[in-house]
Design a protein around this ligand. Structure first.
Ligand code: HEM
Length: 200
């Protein structure tokens, strides 16, 4: 159950999301492998002048091109993300924000979309996603979610009556913090640690 304390996508956010769209057709047209615009280079909708590049690992079995583009945008611009996490006895309360309007809009779109997916049990199966998410998708009905958007970001409160789900919510919140702080480096290290643990 998701409670929206403010409309999840304000007209301002929708307008900002539209600014992100130039990144999407390139992704949708790509047949596979690495994503490049014809000609090899594509200059960013983010105004940084950096090449657009969407890692194949950010695609998923059930993820839309827009969802993968949102992930790519957040990873590319992670230094602009800020985050605070409070652990509750039965869950988490987080505030994630950015002073960069486009980044804040993409963040809010990602969070709204993913929380909706958890609520509906629709796992996007993004190739690099954390296995911590598995139990959240399996037991989404035990989670109560409250979201509130601000000018710059989004508050998320999630609680559960299931202690294993509470543990997963808290672990995942820490993983999000690590991704917001260190971007794709954090993902690579998490994947390597899991691979090492599986090999022991
Ligand atoms: C820079 C990278 C990322 C950022 C900043 C980010 C941000 C967030 C935030 C703020 C939340 C709300 C929960 C919380 O605050 O702890 C969230 C939830 C979620 N994210 Fe991301 N995320 C990132 C990468 C990813 C990736 C790679 C995936 C893979 C599919 C993903 C999937 C999800 C899912 C499924 C949820 C809902 C989980 C729940 O119910 O708590 N995120 N993300």
């Amino acid at each position: 159950m998701i409670h929206h304390l403010t409309p999840i996508l304000s007209p301002r956010v929708l307008a900002l999301c539209a600014l992100m769209m130039p990144a999407v057709p390139a992704l949708a047209q790509s047949g596979g492998g690495m994503m490049h615009m014809p000609g090899g280079h594509m200059h960013g909708a983010d105004g940084t002048g950096h090449d657009e590049f969407i890692m194949p690992g950010l695609r998923g079995r059930d993820a839309s091109p827009e969802e993968s583009a949102e992930l790519a945008f957040m990873f590319r611009n992670f230094p602009g993300l800020n985050r605070e996490v409070e652990l509750l006895p039965d869950g988490i309360r987080t505030y994630t924000w950015s002073d960069q309007p486009e980044l804040a809009a993409v963040l809010v779109a990602h969070v709204g979309g993913m929380l909706q997916r958890v609520d509906e049990g629709r796992d996007p199966q993004v190739f690099i996603q954390s296995p911590t998410l598995d139990i959240l998708f399996q037991r989404g009905e035990t989670i109560t979610t409250e979201i509130e958007t601000t000018e710059n970001g989004i508050w998320v409160t999630q609680t559960s009556t299931d202690p294993e789900v509470v543990a997963a919510l808290q672990t995942h919140a820490a993983e999000v913090s690590d991704m917001a702080a260190r971007g794709m480096q954090a993902v690579h290290e998490m994947m390597m640690q899991r691979a090492a643990a599986a090999g022991q």
